[in-house]
Ligand binder design. Structure first.
Ligand code: ADP
Ligand code: MG
Length: 294
């Protein structure tokens, strides 16, 4: 009968750190023809670190002060990295007020009666009078190295740039190579980050196609398009901003350790310990379940 077969597949998965929430998803994952991966926290560890700083006034702590004041209002991994760097440099900051986090953009707030902003270039640029090409060139250079660049401004003046870097998960490249060997036709990356940074990471892990600067609803749209072409599409993600795409995907897969509560609740499958290399096994189990059930 069907039940014992699916149950044994589910039990087998659980022993290998793959939690299937129901039997239907076990069969579906065997049919997957395209897989979309979120970048930060999924293909990378998501433990960002500040790696470069370029300040308009190199001898002043103001850049990190303002950045930390605003980022301490954020739960984004970029914010955590910047706050940690400021602490490590024993930099104190005053509390910002009226903080507003804009998903996929950055943060605005008032700091000592002046408006301040941190975030991606396009977001910060709207509040800055002039930007020299020197800044843009440095930013592009860091991005091509796979780093994410945070722009910081206060009272209409650019204070500087902070580059944060993330580590590609050691298992990511091998995991993707195996998926392709299993016949998965398309492997893409979805990210809110900029295309230069995203392409650098994509090259390191063997992703075929990159969709960058996406808002959460844009990720859903890409999944829909993939479904039109490939029918059965899996999405692997960790963040709150991935939840709508995880729900849209034929099979939503959440990172068990890095995953936010919303991602874990929304997904059909949870990868315990964030072990991307287990995806191969999940597909094998799914294919086996299909062949037995038929
Ligand atoms: P991802 O899809 O890679 O998890 P997000 O959608 O969370 O990325 O964010 C997209 C981009 O928005 C980031 O790469 C960054 O440039 C900017 N951003 C978002 N939140 C912040 C923040 N708290 N501080 C600075 N920049 C931010
Ligand atoms: Mg993420």
């Amino acid at each position: 009968s069907i039940m014992p077969t699916l149950l044994s597949g589910i039990a087998n998965g659980a022993r290998r750190g793959i939690l299937f929430k129901n039997g239907a998803q076990l069969e579906q994952i065997g049919r997957v023809r395209a897989i979309a991966f979120d970048k930060t926290g999924t293909l990378t560890t998501g433990h960002l670190q500040v790696v470069n700083v370029l300040a308009s006034q190199p001898d002043s702590p103001q850049l990190l002060q303002v950045a930390a004041a605003l980022e301490s209002l954020s739960e984004h991994p970029i914010g955590e990295a910047i706050v940690q760097a400021a602490r490590q440099h024993n930099i104190a900051w005053t509390t910002a007020s009226n903080g507003k986090a804009q998903a996929g953009q950055g943060i605005t707030a008032d700091l000592e009666d002046q408006s301040a902003v941190v975030g991606k270039a396009d977001f910060v640029r709207t509040q800055v009078k002039t930007i020299s090409t020197h800044w843009l060139e440095q930013s592009q250079q860091w991005e091509s190295e796979g780093k994410t660049v945070v722009w910081v401004a206060q009272a209409g003046e650019l204070l500087g740039l902070i580059a944060v870097a993330d580590m590609v998960r050691p298992a990511a490249a091998q995991a993707i190579a195996r998926l392709k060997q299993l016949g998965v036709e398309q492997v893409v990356m979805l990210t809110g980050d900029n295309p230069r940074t995203a392409n650098s990471i994509a090259e390191q892990v063997g992703v075929n196609q990159v969709y960058a600067e996406l808002l959460p609803e844009d990720k859903v749209e890409v999944i829909r398009k993939l479904q039109q072409q490939y029918q059965t599409v899996a999405m692997v993600g960790d963040g709150i901003n991935d939840a709508p795409a995880l729900a849209q995907a034929t099979v939503g897969i959440a990172m068990g350790a890095a995953g936010s509560d919303v991602a874990l609740e929304t997904a059909d499958i949870v990868l315990m310990g964030d072990r991307l290399e287990r995806l191969e096994h999940a597909i094998r189990l799914g294919r086996r379940a299909q062949s037995i059930v038929k």
